[in-house]
Ligand binder design. Structure first.
Ligand SMILES: *Cc1c(COP(=O)(O)O)cnc(C)c1O
Length: 245
């Protein structure tokens, strides 16, 4: 499943520097502050040794797209950090970026601090009731299918306002923003409208006073398209390949 060799800390740092440069340039083009943009290292296709190296390279926001691997990694990391002196498990934030089945909600809540992929009322209700029993207050983002591709997860653009409004009233859930995935294309003019649409939707929600103070994130942009996402207002980038290739 994973490549036989771990990616070294040095290599990850080099990749990270290149990505930071790309973010800075995109921010300069769009008049934004690079401090508003955070990188989530998506570690789904690397081994655990590489995850540890990512941490050493300074990446403390880690993302997985499957519940099982998320919990496994989080547990491994917790044990590893408890053995280490200069870091604690609390220093790592785990992000669930993949689709969540309702029967996996408990596992996901055990592992993740942030869930990027809430896309239905039923899922949100399951998260809310589990969280209440577990006495936690998970942070979530609403995943929107901005590219309108039939095979994509995410709530339809036209239904997003209503869903956001409903979820924002749930007691144990903290809604921190919106998430989307662009079509797989290296053509900026195919990708960009997806990000623009998410930002416009976000602005509309703000105008309607949906969401509280914490509602301020746009999770969009991956290895292929993060500079475009930053130009369009992304605050959370989910990056795998460009960090670990
Ligand atoms: C894998 C994955 C990413 C990262 O993709 P890369 O192209 O490797 O940067 C981001 N978001 C989600 C939901 C993913 O599954």
């Amino acid at each position: 499943m994973f490549s036989p060799m771990a990616v070294t800390t040095g290599k990850i740092k080099k990749n990270l520097q290149r990505i930071h440069d790309g973010i800075t340039e995109a921010c300069n083009r769009s008049g934004r502050n690079p401090d508003e943009v955070m990188i989530i290292a998506v570690t789904k296709s690397v081994d655990f040794a590489t995850v540890k190296n990512a941490l050493d390279a300074g990446l403390t926001n880690l993302g997985e797209n499957r519940a099982t691997q998320l919990v496994e990694r989080m547990t491994q990391m917790r044990a590893y950090l408890q053995r280490r002196r200069n870091a604690s498990p609390g220093d790592v934030t785990w992000h669930m970026v993949g689709h969540v089945q309702r029967n996996k909600v408990k596992a996901v809540l055990d592992g993740a601090d942030v869930i990027h992929s809430v896309d239905s009322l039923r899922l949100a209700e399951e998260i809310g009731s589990r969280a209440e029993r577990m006495e936690t207050n998970p942070r979530v983002l609403l995943q929107v299918n901005c590219s309108q591709e039939a095979q994509k997860f995410g709530v339809a653009v036209g239904a997003a306002m209503h869903l956001a409004e409903s979820i924002c009233t749930m007691k144990n859930i903290r809604v921190i923003g919106l998430m989307t995935m662009a079509p797989l294309s290296s053509d900026p003019e195919v990708v960009r409208p997806t990000f623009t649409r998410l930002r416009e939707l976000f602005e509309e929600m703000h105008k309607d006073e949906i969401g509280g103070d914490e509602f301020r994130h746009l999770s969009m942009g991956m290895s292929q398209d993060y500079t475009i996402a930053v130009e369009e207002g992304a605050t959370l980038l989910r990056i795998g390949t460009a960090l670990f290739e």
